[in-house]
Design a protein around this ligand. Structure first.
Ligand SMILES: [Zn+2]
Ligand SMILES: [Zn+2]
Length: 367
């Protein structure tokens, strides 16, 4: 741990985004001690998710400097006096933030929190303050900013995990894998023998493929432009793979299924793929859009599109379930992970962008 000074701050290291497209620079910052409802987590590892990369590429310098990262795993170092669910030394996985007070949160649907946007993308605490001191850098991305040695989380966005597990492998469960698997299991409730196509076989799409196999879906069709990722999809449960550089996706899906698929999980965010997803559906089919849109749109003949956030998962229930499946060999997401040292964060991001690495995970400290 960093030095404790009179002002009750910790010295931390964080990868700071100061300009559009990066690079991220590791800087020394000061972080407040946890407030009554906060937990100071020493990060052991952090996954890199596409949302981090998109933020980096689209960042407006006028919005100042920020710390990204929202798939943290670490060890609790210090807790505020109202914190009950963890104590120092506990191992935790961090996930998205929610308010806990709105109707959706109280109804057990925190992914639909009324304050979801500001709590996850606002770079501030719920009260508007910032735990990073004496600098203009802002944190609290997804209630985490896990591209750092330390994070201020709350009980609402942490999940206690067993100390028997290798903490660094669990990092990506907090966003991408939860989203992909949750979409299939919680949002679409894919049925046995249901037919599904997954557009984009990156980490989110491959989690959807694994969950589809668990649900007993058939066929499971992976669609991507990278042969290497399609090969992984076939290894993880896809029954068919379509390289959409060379094949007519909708025609090929109709060819495989007869009248189109029951479900498409669209992870690419590409409008052309969105349109192809609709064309590939059978008349009662659903397209799950994992790209930030919310709500349901009706299409001809009962087809629907559904905007999904975080796979409708309650992290404290869903992440332990994914861990159990992983331990039983049913959700082997570890094969997607490549580790990088924290100081190599920009190389990790570049490798993810080029598709060379499916899920980069930064090693930040020893468990
Ligand atoms: Zn809420
Ligand atoms: Zn994410």
């Amino acid at each position: 741990m960093g030095q404790y000074s009179d002002g009750h701050v910790h010295t931390i290291q964080a990868a700071v985004l100061r300009k559009k497209g990066g690079p991220l620079e590791i800087e020394t910052l000061e972080m407040e001690w946890p407030r009554d409802d906060e937990v100071l987590v020493r990060l052991v590892a952090s996954g890199i998710c596409r949302t981090d990369i998109d933020f980096c590429d689209d960042w407006d310098e006028a919005d100042g400097a920020v710390v990204l990262g929202h798939e943290g795993a670490g060890v609790v170092e210090q807790i505020g006096k109202r914190v009950k669910v963890v104590k120092p030394g506990d191992h935790v996985v961090l996930s998205y933030q929610s308010c806990g007070r709105c109707r959706k949160c109280r109804g057990g649907r925190p992914a639909h929190c009324a304050r979801f946007y500001e709590l996850n993308f606002g770079f501030q605490r719920p009260d508007g303050s910032n735990g990073l001191q004496r600098s203009s850098v802002r944190g609290h991305f997804f209630g985490q900013s896990s591209f750092a040695t330390h994070s201020l989380a709350t009980e609402r966005n942490l999940v206690k995990v067993s100390k028997d597990l290798t903490l660094e492998i669990l990092a990506p469960l907090g966003c991408g894998l939860q989203t992909g698997a949750g979409t299939v299991i919680n949002s679409l409730k894919v049925s046995r023998k249901g037919s599904i196509a997954v557009f984009g076989t990156g980490a989110v799409g491959l989690a959807a493929v694994m969950a589809s196999r668990l649900a007993g879906a058939h066929p499971i069709i992976g669609v991507d432009i990278k042969p290497k990722r399609l090969k992984v999809a076939l290894e993880l449960g896809a029954t068919h793979a379509i390289d959409n550089r060379h094949q007519d996706v909708a025609a090929r899906i109709i060819d495989i299924t007869g009248r189109g698929v029951d479900y498409v999980v669209e992870t690419t965010g590409n409008p052309i793929m969105h349109q192809l997803a609709i064309e590939a559906l059978n008349p009662r089919g659903v397209v799950a859009l994992l790209t930030g849109e919310t709500g349901t749109d009706s299409l001809p003949e009962g087809r629907r599109t559904l905007g999904i956030i975080q796979g409708d998962a309650v992290p404290q229930h869903f992440i332990p379930k994914l861990i159990e499946l992983y331990q039983a060999g049913e959700f082997p997401f570890d094969c997607l992970v490549k580790f990088y040292e924290f100081s190599d964060i920009n190389r990790a991001i570049a490798d993810a962008k080029h598709g060379d690495t499916i899920k980069p995970v930064l090693r930040i400290s020893k468990a």
